[in-house]
Design a protein. Structure first.
Length: 208
């Protein structure tokens, strides 16, 4: 019973807005995994909430990432709603050497620029100093590249997500965003399952 009371007390201390963000985040990922169009409205709610949460936590790169994803999710809902049911299925591909080099260069070049910009812009705009500006920028850039590779059905996108999600768990725990840290831990597990599922499908392509 003591454990139960501790959990109830912890739950009451959490932000309702963050808890809604976690629920909508998990729902949108699950619905996307089963190819359900209703993942998009949940994704829109989730990203809108986290624009505010990450801004309040001074995780400005994450805030910008979610603002970008909010727009992409609105477009995604529109795009999916217009796709015919018999549209050809996109095949899974392995990451090419060119894509590996592109990933390394993009992360290496944009991360320090974005991190430096965050350290300089926050005081100018009278915001609180950016939390972990370079680590936050690194994870954001990795996430945006992974999103592109996911859209192109590159198998290794899931490995990038696993790596980034694990880092995010530590970042959000340090910012006392425990429900969000839990959500990203679940994301990491889903990404691992996604990797094995895509790898299995890749191995059966063209054999039917």
């Amino acid at each position: 019973m003591q454990v139960f009371h501790i959990l109830v007390d912890w739950f009451h201390q959490q932000s309702w807005l963050e808890l809604i963000g976690v629920v909508t985040g998990l729902l949108c990922v699950y619905l996307a995994a089963i190819n359900n169009i209703w993942n998009w409205p949940f994704a829109i709610i989730n990203t809108a909430i986290y624009v505010y949460i990450f801004g309040h936590a001074a995780l400005y790169a994450d805030m910008g990432q979610n603002a970008y994803l909010l727009i992409i999710n609105i477009y995604g809902w529109y795009y999916w709603s217009r796709q015919p049911q018999n549209a050809p299925k996109v095949l899974i591909k392995l990451m090419s050497r060119k894509q590996v080099l592109a990933f390394i260069l993009i992360v290496a070049l944009i991360t320090p620029v974005l991190g430096f910009a965050l350290t300089q812009l926050a005081p100018l705009l009278h915001y609180q100093p950016a939390a972990y500006p370079y680590l936050d920028s690194f994870c954001t850039v990795c996430s945006l590249v992974a999103q592109i590779y996911m859209a192109r059905k590159v198998l290794e996108n899931w490995l990038i997500w696993i790596f980034v999600d694990i880092i995010y768990v530590g970042v959000y725990l340090s910012k006392h965003l425990q429900p969000t840290a839990f959500m990203f831990a679940v994301y990491a597990i889903i990404a691992l399952l996604g990797y094995f599922d895509w790898r299995k499908e890749y191995g059966t392509q063209g054999k039917a």
